[in-house]
Each structure stands twice: as structure tokens, then as C-alpha cells.
Design a protein around this ligand. Structure first.
Ligand SMILES: Nc1ncnc2c1ncn2[C@@H]1O[C@H](COP(=O)(O)OP(=O)(O)OP(=O)(O)O)[C@@H](O)[C@H]1O
Length: 304
């Protein structure tokens, strides 16, 4: 039951429908990447899950219950929605202690989450002096205070340095390994490729894809092969006759799909065609994501 269930979720601001009949499930034990271009409606969806915005229609529940019906919400769901929302004048320890006390959580959790997020040595320092990476850790520590089974992170790696990004990625994975349901948003596919095992992609508030990462990779990483030969015209005809699909690439290269590199090499050898390049291309996931969301981007471009 440690899931997030979003059903027919819709949010209108005046005439604008920013979340449009969205349905998806975030399963326990997985990192679900919530992807979409800027303005797609990710933050609004997360706010509705966390009871911070009221849906116009539909519902978002955590373990089958609305946020407002959870007796001690932080013990069910933790969220990092805005890392800036910290009193700079408080120490990291006091910030967490205040949260624990006001939410009726055991104060012993403060030390535990400081330890877990690697902040123990700076626990007595003022959070106002923290780097962005440390503020993110503190926000994550706060989300973990109630030891919840469901976690929500809105763009947690935005602005972080490579070390900070690596730490967050590993941390998300470890939370999922413990059986928690983890929903993490991003507008960059490359960030998700190494973190998420499930993807929910939205554009203009609408669901575009809801798929496992493995299936997404298989569908979009299926390689084409770049071929360069001194006789591109002749070889293109031979490839087409052999069942491949061929299009012209840059600088008289051929971009071949439907045949593996090995098959293309054998065909060339059989016909005595000399190849100067034979390079399988791995379509990048970023390209696949751009392709998937290009309609919503074009729409945004046309109206802005
Ligand atoms: N309180 C509000 N009133 C009016 N419009 C809003 C409000 N909050 C969000 N919006 C609009 O809803 C749309 C979706 O915004 P949202 O922040 O949910 O998108 P997002 O996918 O999280 O984008 P980003 O990656 O830029 O954070 C945007 O067009 C935004 O301007």
C-alpha cells in the first residue's frame, strides 16, 4: 500500500488547465522519474499530492488516503519541494528539531537523519551559510524525519555540482532499495537514465508516457548504424535490397536501420564494397525524450 495513486488529476488556474486528467501510480521499491519540459505541470502535481494545492478534479492519494486524512503525515510521506524553505538563522540540528517537535515525531530521529544525510559534522552550523548541496541534504533530512515509505523530490539535483548530483542519485536508489516509493521530478532525461527504473512523462499537463526505463530504452535506444563508403549510392541500393532502411547522413554517410553492424559488414564484404566507417549509433535518451515532448514545446513556443 505504499504507493502514490494519481487518478484523473486536473488543475485549472483560471482559463489554463495546467494538469490535465493525469493518472499514474508510483510503486514501492522503485524510483519513478517524473519528467516533463519546464512548465509541464510537475510541481503542481506534486503539490496536489502533498495537499498544498487543491485539485479541480480527480484525486491523488498516498497509500490509499488523501494527504489531509493522514494522521501524522510525515510518517507516511516526506517531500523536498523547495530547498530554500529553511530558516537561515537556525542550525541544521535546530531546524530539524523544531520540525520533529511540531510534528510529534521522536526527537531521536534528528540525529538519525543528520547521520543518514552526512550532515552530522555541520549540525550545529547555521543553515543560512550552507551551500546549495548542503541545503538539499538538509531538505532531504527533513523529508526523512518521519521515516516515511513514500518520498517526493522536486528537481533535487537542480544547480548541484557533479559530486552533489552523484550523491543524490545514489541516495534515491538506496531509498527505493529499502522498499520505499520514490517520485523524483526533472526536466532532463539524462538525469533520469541513471536513477529511475520507471518513467512518467508529461507535457502540457497531460500524460505522454508511463513506462519502465528498460522498455523506454529498448524502444528508443534501438540503434541505427552509420556507414561510410566510397560508393554510397551503390551500397545504399544494396542495403535497401537486403531489407534495410537507409537515409543520407552528414558528409555522404548513410544512416542505416533494420540491420546490425555485423550484417552490414558482411553485405559489404560479399559485394566487395570498401567501408571506411561502420559505427552503431546509440540514440540518446535525451533525443528520445525531446522527440516525445516536442509537441508540448512547440505549443509553448507558439503561445509565448
Ligand atoms: N499558482 C498558480 N497560478 C497560476 N498559474 C500557475 C500557478 N502555479 C503554476 N502555474 C502554471 O502552471 C504551469 C505548470 O507549472 P509547474 O510549476 O507545475 O510546472 P513544472 O513542470 O514543475 O515546471 P518547471 O520544471 O519549470 O518547474 C505553468 O504554466 C505555471 O505558470
Amino acid at each position: 500500500m505504499n504507493t502514490i495513486d494519481v487518478r484523473g488529476l486536473t488543475k485549472r488556474y483560471g482559463p489554463d488547465t495546467v494538469v490535465d486528467d493525469l493518472s499514474f501510480t508510483v510503486e514501492a521499491g522503485h524510483v519513478t522519474g517524473f519528467l516533463g519540459p519546464n512548465g509541464a505541470g510537475k510541481s503542481t502535481t506534486m503539490k496536489m499530492i502533498m495537499g498544498l494545492a487543491a485539485p479541480t478534479h480527480g484525486s491523488a492519494t498516498i497509500g490509499g488516503r488523501h494527504y489531509r486524512d493522514l494522521p501524522v503525515p510525515l510518517t507516511h510521506v516526506g517531500a523536498l519541494l523547495d530547498a530554500g524553505a529553511i530558516h537561515g538563522s537556525r542550525t541544521a540540528h535546530d531546524h530539524l528539531l523544531a520540525l520533529a517537535v511540531s510534528n510529534g515525531l521522536p526527537t531521536a530521529r534528528v540525529g538519525a537523519v543528520l547521520e543518514r544525510t552526512g550532515l552530522t559534522s555541520v549540525a550545529r552550523k547555521h543553515a543560512g551559510g550552507f551551500s546549495l548541496g548542503m541545503r538539499q541534504r538538509l531538505g532531504i533530512a527533513a523529508a526523512l524525519l518521519g521515516d516515511p515509505q513514500v518520498l517526493i523530490f522536486d528537481e533535487p539535483v537542480n544547480g548541484l555540482d557533479p559530486e552533489g548530483i552523484r550523491w543524490i542519485r545514489g541516495f534515491m536508489r538506496s531509498l527505493a532499495h529499502e522498499g520505499r516509493a520514490v517520485l523524483v521530478s526533472s526536466h532532463l532525461m539524462s538525469e533520469m537514465a541513471q536513477t529511475a527504473d520507471h518513467l512518467v512523462v508529461i507535457g502540457r499537463g497531460k500524460l505522454i508516457a508511463d513506462t519502465s526505463m528498460t522498455d523506454f530504452m529498448a524502444a528508443n535506444g534501438a540503434g541505427t548504424v552509420l556507414v561510410r563508403s566510397s560508393e554510397p549510392g551503390t551500397f545504399a541500393r544494396l542495403l535497401t535490397a537486403a531489407g534495410a532502411t537507409v537515409r543520407d547522413g552528414l558528409e555522404s554517410s548513410l544512416v542505416v536501420s533494420g540491420m546490425t553492424g555485423a550484417e552490414i559488414g558482411r553485405l559489404a564484404a560479399y559485394h566487395d564494397v570498401v567501408l571506411s566507417e561502420l559505427a552503431p549509433q546509440q540514440a540518446s535518451l535525451e533525443d528520445a525524450f525531446m522527440e516525445l515532448t516536442k509537441d508540448s514545446l512547440e505549443y509553448l513556443g507558439a503561445t509565448s
